[in-house]
Design a binder for this molecule. Sequence first.
Ligand SMILES: NC(=O)c1ccc[n+]([C@@H]2O[C@H](COP(=O)([O-])OP(=O)(O)OC[C@H]3O[C@@H](n4cnc5c(N)ncnc54)[C@H](OP(=O)(O)O)[C@@H]3O)[C@@H](O)[C@H]2O)c1
Length: 311
Amino acid sequence: MNETISSETRFLHAVEFGLGAWQWGDRLIWQYGQTHTEEDCRAAFEVSMAAGIRFVDTAEVYGSGRSERLLGKFLKETDQPVLVATKFLPFPWRLRKKSLIRALKGSLERIGVESVDLYQVHQPLPPIPIETWMESMAEAVKQGLTRTVGVSNYNQSQMLRAYSALARKSVPLAANQVTYSLLNRAIEKEGLLARCNELGVRVIAYSPIEKGLLTGKYSTENPPPGIRGQRYSSLLPKIGPLLKLMTAIGQEHGGKSKTQVALNWCICKGTMPIPGAKNAAQAEENAGALGWRLTEEEVAKLDQASDAALK
Ligand SMILES: NC(=O)c1ccc[n+]([C@@H]2O[C@H](COP(=O)([O-])OP(=O)(O)OC[C@H]3O[C@@H](n4cnc5c(N)ncnc54)[C@H](OP(=O)(O)O)[C@@H]3O)[C@@H](O)[C@H]2O)c1
């Protein structure tokens, strides 16, 4: 066990996998109400629980609070203990330190819990300095409103500022939630992943199947709908060889799908993937990334194919 991991945050390092809940209620990117309903989200949650997944990531802004409310409903319906992570967005009009505690209380009310397990600053947005928000975070821990503190989308220097500001209050930085997949390896290339490991900060990998691209269901001829289609128009033509390798590697493991290979690769790299699922079938497939491991050689081959796709 890494000596730098503090006793307060150790539980997060034991969590291998989580469920992302941005899809629950978001209409703009994820077409909630058109491609999936509350019942579908409930089924995704239930299937994940049945598969032993016990960590759910949401945010106050997902579906303007709808994701937190749906999670609250589903938590009431289960007898399983679930670790809950949510996020604070430093909107530019949030200029006072106490707005973080107020926002957290709003999240707690929507989720229907007295405290969360991880409260994260969603983005390192100006104008309020990182240190100020970390002081509020330390206060949130002191008040028992969150068990641990995380950040999200922080680069190395921003993370170090958060880490030091929290350390002054004797609070460990538990996690940095960042984008990471076979099609986005910036945190590996820029040294953020290694730095997190050195500091005992858990890396939570968001968009681990690159918003559906690594499932293999999208192509240039069949791009993802809406904003995603535009965003990935230049990447889609380059991912064929990587997808082919993922299929071949999945076969070696008794017919694991590309999605499962993509998620297992994140786990092998020491991160906690939190794929979003719109329905039971997606959640079921994603959970199939657990209980087996890619070999080191396979990880190296996937790295090479991903480098070639990203060139
Ligand atoms: N901190 C941040 O700034 C931040 C940013 C983004 C996400 N996140 C968190 O990370 C979570 C995951 O990231 P993400 O939602 O961006 O991307 P993702 O997990 O890479 O992709 C999720 C999307 O892929 C498709 N999908 C998922 N499982 C599938 C399966 N088994 N088969 C086929 N399609 C499947 C679904 O969309 P379609 O069916 O429409 O293709 C689903 O909405 C979010 O829910 C959220 O909790 C955090």
